[in-house]
Ligand binder design. Structure first.
Ligand SMILES: CCCCC/C=C/C(=O)SCCNC(=O)CCNC(=O)[C@H](O)C(C)(C)COP(=O)(O)OP(=O)(O)OC[C@H]1O[C@@H](n2cnc3c(N)ncnc32)[C@H](O)[C@@H]1OP(=O)(O)O
Length: 395
């Protein structure tokens, strides 16, 4: 005990030197610039962007940046572990080593994402604006965004297609979340219009691709998916899913990134990835086993077991189930009360609950997108999608 407390005191005393030390990667990166590939341009920009930060991001973030930088430029940590009393180098070594075999490309991307989350626009939005008159946000036909009474509601509005999400809808949702993260609202809600919550990815997203552009298109879809999921990982306010009906694919997998999930007893939860020749996304390969245990998660993610709302609630994926007849009334009454809570307190509490996982989630998201990109080019996936289009298969 005495040794630990002495170590703590020394660590606190040595903190300034830890901070200085962590600037090291920036310098080293510039020395090795010529060795970079074109795809590393973003990484280089991120390093430059970091130097423009006005606010010190704190030791914890600097340590993460250090570890990601080392992983991105040198790969997994295989240097000898510094001695017990070499606190600073041991802390840095631990952070780098904790990234395990994270691919260099993923580390680079995570570094870029982390720096972008620290950018001046994020800095200035760390405080919620004082309450002002309720405002109407720009609307599109398929993603309808409204803001009223402290609640920003993002509604998937393509009921004739079971609210399947098109490429432009992904972009609209990303934009809506970005706006909601700094608007006057206290909480943000995602829901669907009509009978379905959403049937997930619009399977025709992949069918309008000219031959010869398939790989490029899979790459772009991977980037879009990564950005989409990142916007949920980073969303700073309480995020609530109001699952009004059946939910399929991506809209189910990202539920692990929501703070609260309310479901009608008519809702079902289905992740048919194997059937589609695909693999899990939305960080579900990590969040589902964590939420429901590995064997229940495997039944859903590997074998596409469809859960009823009550089963999903018993597994911890859903917070509470309401009878369809009173679903909207009960849920919205509750949400209106929650939206009256102090917004800054909610945001700070969410940060406490979620911050320790953020970096890991970004890494998992990047990895899942890389794997999926490969899956989309596979024979298994292409024929599953063609089967759906030609109506030979329905879930
Ligand atoms: C950036 C890329 C990210 C990729 C990662 C995401 C992965 C996923 O989300 S995987 C999950 C994909 N979703 C599906 O596989 C669902 C496919 N849909 C169905 O199986 C069924 O449509 C149903 C069970 C959801 C509903 O069945 P039913 O009530 O009988 O309705 P219909 O099948 O007649 O559908 C009505 C209408 O809607 C169209 N539609 C439904 N879902 C989709 C979809 N996911 N993609 C494209 N279109 C969809 C369906 O084609 C019908 O259209 P019309 O024939 O024009 O009426």
């Amino acid at each position: 005990g005495a040794l630990v407390s002495m170590a703590g005191r020394l660590m606190r005393r040595w903190c300034p030197s830890l901070l200085q030390d962590l600037h090291f990667p920036v310098v080293q990166l510039h020395m090795s610039r010529t060795a970079m590939r074109a795809s590393e341009k973003d990484f280089e920009n991120a390093v430059n962007q970091l130097k423009l930060l006005k606010k010190d991001p704190g030791n914890e973030v600097k340590l993460k940046l250090y570890a990601l930088y080392k992983q991105a430029t040198e790969g997994p940590c295989n240097t000898p572990k510094p001695g017990m009393l070499d606190f600073i180098n041991k802390t840095k070594w631990d952070a780098w080593s904790a990234l395990g075999s994270l691919p260099k490309e993923t580390a680079r991307q995570n570094y870029v994402d982390l720096v972008s989350s620290l950018s001046p626009s994020s800095e200035s939005s760390s405080q919620i604006k004082p309450a002002a008159a309720d405002e109407k946000l720009p609307e599109s036909e398929n993603v309808v965004v409204t803001s009223e009474g402290g609640i920003t509601k993002i509604m998937l509005n393509r009921p004739t297609k079971r609210n399947a999400i098109t490429t432009s809808m992904y972009k609209e949702i990303i934009h809506a979340l970005k706006v909601a993260s700094t608007d006057n609202s206290t909480i943000t809600v995602i829901t669907g219009s009509g009978d379905y919550y959403s049937s997930g990815n619009d399977l025709t997203n992949f069918t309008a691709v000219p031959p010869g552009e398939i790989e490029e298109s899979a790459k772009n879809a991977g980037i879009l998916l990564r950005d989409f999921v990142n916007s949920f990982i980073d969303f700073p306010k309480p995020l609530i899913a109001v699952v009004n009906g059946p939910a399929v694919g991506i809209v189910v997998t990202i539920l692990g990134l929501f703070d609260v999930v309310y479901a009608s007893d008519r809702a079902t939860f289905h992740t048919p990835f194997s059937e589609l020749g695909q693999s899990p996304e939305g960080c579900s390969s990590y969040t589902f086993p964590k939420i429901m245990g590995p064997t229940k998660a495997a039944e859903m993610l590997l074998f596409g077991k469809k859960l009823t709302a009550r089963e999903a609630c018993a597994q911890g994926l859903v917070t509470e189930v309401f009878p369809e007849s009173t679903f909207q009334k009960e849920v919205w009454t509750r949400l209106k009360a929650y939206a009256k809570l102090p917004p800054n307190s909610l945001r700070i509490s969410k940060e406490l609950i979620r911050s320790t996982e953020k970096e890991k989630l970004h890494a998992i998201n990047a990895e899942e997108c890389t794997v999926l990109q490969g899956r989309w080019l596979s024979e298994e996936c292409m024929s599953a999608i063609l089967n759906f289009i030609s109506r030979k298969s329905k879930l």
